[in-house]
Design a protein around this ligand. Structure first.
Ligand SMILES: *Cc1c(COP(=O)(O)O)cnc(C)c1O
Length: 428
């Protein structure tokens, strides 16, 4: 696959040509747990990583491998590893890079599941997370020390749609000597974190990559641009001979894809959060029209953001594609093809007005998901954030009337008609 092909060509052609055994042109679902060895020599060579091939589907599977190659090509990485969920992707990555006594510096504007994983699970194993204001890169530098093993940010934060200052964060990570990990779940295809200082990209493929609200899945993409070999003491799992795997030095032997090799051969082997071949096949199909969908999501969202901004029942709208968003300039740099489909807006009249909007929807769904082709709304003050006292919610920017809107790819006129109707009811 030529590196200079466009993204649409890459998603349609990377990772799969046809089946060498049958000639089948579409990717088959290799629903198999194991693979027949040719003889005992062949088996031994596979186990010693001396020959490429499949052993057992927790480690590798041809359907999963094809999907991973497609994902890596789209992102501009040197390799990708698919997982059973976005949560599993982060769990395996952090387990790969961190040991007891190490720490992570993370933006405080990341997905709630990422926060609770770091705060409640990894802390129990002596891995501390220092949450800092993601809008101020200097806070990352202040919080970091020689035991900092990664920085975490999201391209677009939730629910206020903050756009991360990626290049600045990348420069700081380089100075500190740790990889910058960017969760790009909100902006696949639109944002290219690896071209802006990131070393590793994480996805919840459940959202836009699927686009159909069907499967739960995740991925890590290896940028191949972090010098693990320069830090053998800091990253021993990658840059020191591995006694759990024939003393392989993954960074050296698999350069520049040392992280991909380590995650596959050792971390997923031991932790086991592999995806189902069926899910990988499904995602391989849906990703082949991802660029078209992301462009349509962005067009629809921009038109709707402008419409809401001018509506008398609406207090404010936060969408990075709008000039009024505080990070519009960052969006122009990092999201040049469109600012994605995610926005937040606040209806006048607080919790009650918010509930009225949600309760009168016909076309737009009301559920805990995002990035689907179908439009979805959620009302944090009466659901996900209801347990948090109103004053604390307000401090985090979550006002009582805030509605998170994942704008789908329906005909935009129909979405506007629905919005006019529900806002009219809410303002009564
Ligand atoms: C949903 C989500 C996750 C978690 O992914 P799952 O596939 O639900 O495990 C992580 N990060 C972001 C930004 C998300 O939206």
């Amino acid at each position: 696959m030529k590196k200079n092909y466009g993204d649409m060509t890459k998603v349609l052609h990377a990772g799969w040509k046809s089946d060498s055994a049958t000639g089948a042109s579409s990717l088959p679902i290799y629903l198999t747990s194991a693979y027949q060895f040719k003889d005992s020599e062949h088996a031994a060579r596979l186990f010693a990583l001396e020959e490429d091939g499949h052993i057992y589907s927790r480690l590798t599977n041809p359907t999963v491998t094809a999907y991973e190659a497609q994902l890596s090509a789209l992102e501009g990485g040197v390799g990708a590893v698919a997982f059973s969920s976005g949560q599993a992707a982060f769990t395996h990555l952090i387990t790969c890079l961190c040991s007891q006594g190490d720490n992570v510096v993370s933006s405080n504007k990341v997905y709630g599941g990422t926060v609770t994983l770091l705060k409640n699970i990894f802390s129990r194993f002596g891995i501390e997370t220092r949450f800092v204001d993601g809008d101020h890169p200097c806070k990352f530098e202040e919080a970091a020390d020689e035991r900092t093993k990664l920085f975490i940010t999201e391209t677009i934060g939730n629910p206020l749609m903050n756009v991360a200052p990626l290049d600045t964060l990348g420069n700081i990570a380089r100075r500190v000597g740790c990889p910058l990990v960017v969760d790009n779940t909100f902006a696949p295809y639109l944002a290219k974190p690896l071209e802006h200082g990131a070393n590793i990209v994480v996805y919840s493929a459940t959202k836009y990559i699927s686009g159909q609200g069907t499967v739960v899945s995740g991925a890590v993409i290896d940028g191949g641009n972090f010098p693990w070999e320069d830090y053998p003491e800091k990253f021993p799992t990658l840059a020191v001979p591995d006694p759990s795997y024939h003393d392989i030095n993954f960074a050296k032997q698999y350069h520049p894809a040392g992280l991909t090799a380590k995650l596959k051969a050792s971390i997923i082997r031991d932790l086991g959060g592999c995806p189902s071949p069926f899910d990988a096949w499904f995602l391989h199909t849906t990703i082949s029209n991802l660029p078209l969908r992301m462009e349509r999501h962005s067009q629809n969202a921009l038109e709707i953001a402008k419409f809401l901004e001018n509506h008398p029942a609406v207090e404010w709208v936060l969408y990075p594609g709008l000039e009024s968003h505080p990070h519009h300039d960052l969006a122009k740099v990092y999201l040049p093809k469109g600012a994605s489909g995610m926005m937040a807006f606040s209806v006048k009249g607080g919790v009650e007005a918010g509930k009225k909007v949600l309760d009168n929807l016909e076309l737009i769904g009301h559920m805990a998901n995002l990035g689907d082709s179908h439009s979805i709304m959620t009302h944090p003050a009466s659901t996900t954030h209801a347990q948090i006292p109103p004053a604390e919610r307000a401090k985090a920017g979550i006002t009582d009337g805030l509605i998170r809107f994942s704008v789908g790819i329906e005909d935009v006129a129909d979405l506007k008609e629905e919005l006019s109707r529900v806002l009219e009811i809410a303002s009564k």
